[in-house]
Design a protein around this ligand. Sequence first.
Ligand SMILES: Cc1cc2nc3c(=O)[nH]c(=O)nc-3n(C[C@H](O)[C@H](O)[C@H](O)COP(=O)(O)OP(=O)(O)OC[C@H]3O[C@@H](n4cnc5c(N)ncnc54)[C@H](O)[C@@H]3O)c2cc1C
Length: 436
Amino acid sequence: MTDPREYDLIGIGFGPANIALAIALEEDPDTELRTVFVEKSPVPQWQENMLLGGSDIQHHPLRDLVSLRNPRSRYSFTNYLFENQRLIEHLNLPTPFPLRIEYADYISWVRRTLSAPVIYGTAVIGIEFDPETDLYTVTTSDGDLLTAPQVSLGPGRTPLIPDEFVGTLDSRRVVHLTDYLSAAGTFDPATDRRIGIVGGSQSAVELALDIRRRFPAIDVGIITRSWSLRAKDHSPFSEEIYFPQFTDYYHRSSKAARRRLDLFTRPTNYSAADLDVLERLYAEMYEDRLHGRSRTLIYGDSEIVAVASGPHEALTLTTRNATTGHHDELVFDRVVLATGFRDMGGGQDDEHHHPLLGGVHRCLRSDSDGDLLVERDYSVRPVSGTAPIYLNGLCESTHGIGDAGSFSLLSLRAELIARSILDCHDRSRAGTSASA
Ligand SMILES: Cc1cc2nc3c(=O)[nH]c(=O)nc-3n(C[C@H](O)[C@H](O)[C@H](O)COP(=O)(O)OP(=O)(O)OC[C@H]3O[C@@H](n4cnc5c(N)ncnc54)[C@H](O)[C@@H]3O)c2cc1C
């Protein structure tokens, strides 16, 4: 190990959350920070394992990396189209939302255009805090040590693997959606006759359509707790939860009030899909029946209560019907988990902190339930010390639905974090020069 390299700010992960932060810092004329971002992928792509043919983005394209904060930024989606000579052509598309493959290219273009220093192909494997120096030390998979008084943690949320599937991911038969396209390359219609998709989300429906298109010989079963698949609530009053005022309101609320608000907000994004993909799947299933076939079945109102190895290396999922209590056994050769991601908190599918905070969470301020105390500027501070860790893209349970699993407020979040980072830096410089 070498001596730690010193910075003013370390960013962990260089996905949309930290890219938006890097831009906000670059666009501030007074920034003089020594910054480094560490990204585990050698050639990072936005959600590369779910860039499915024909899939579109789930947010208004102007809610991009910058526009709500600085509509004049050169890093806007509009400027990306303009500089790539596609603006007029794009405006003529008969679809309201850009294709996901184009949005992924926009993010890659920004990444290439930005001057922020990034170490690619290196994962952060640990974070520690020293209350004596008020500094964090970040350890990388290369064995390097980096220190800084401020950290922006933006690794994306932890994939949610339901308890029944823990331990099955190594078996090659079960894959989370974040690994889907890599796994799909190994699907073999000769042996993989039935594929189960767990969940009732946008991703679950997209996966069903994709498997049906790629592998006409493979049957698909969708297992969902809801009675059936349903549409997201995109109505205008509901969508006001993606206003920054809602984030203020949510953050000020008690934990109990937040959970109550979640019941209202979740149907705008979770366990539901856009109407276009629902209608496409419905029509395709109808057409199957005209051909005397039933290639896709939806197992609604069903909860998976056990997973076991079945015949010929298949998996048997035992489901329980929530209404009748009846148990069923469904056999699949492969299973794709469209089960989403973990939030921070004490709920059934939550985690108290992101795994990368394992070495440091005891030094950070938390409440009596053990949940981290996250400020409005997304910072968590140490119990002894002032050095902030910003949870960039992990704060849905404290800041509401517009915050983590969405681009909706990304640029405004970046603005708040950048301002807080610069204030903190200025204060510590003023303190250093006063004591000199
Ligand atoms: C299939 C799919 C489609 C989606 N579509 C939309 C959409 O259309 N609109 C929308 O608003 N939201 C969408 N989302 C939500 C999505 O989470 C956000 O859009 C966005 O990707 C969040 O950005 P992020 O930077 O927080 O996380 P991520 O995009 O997950 O980026 C995190 C980055 O951190 C890196 N990283 C992780 N761990 C480490 C480590 N230990 N060390 C170093 N680097 C690390 C990762 O390699 C990655 O590059 C989608 C999510 C999925 C899964």
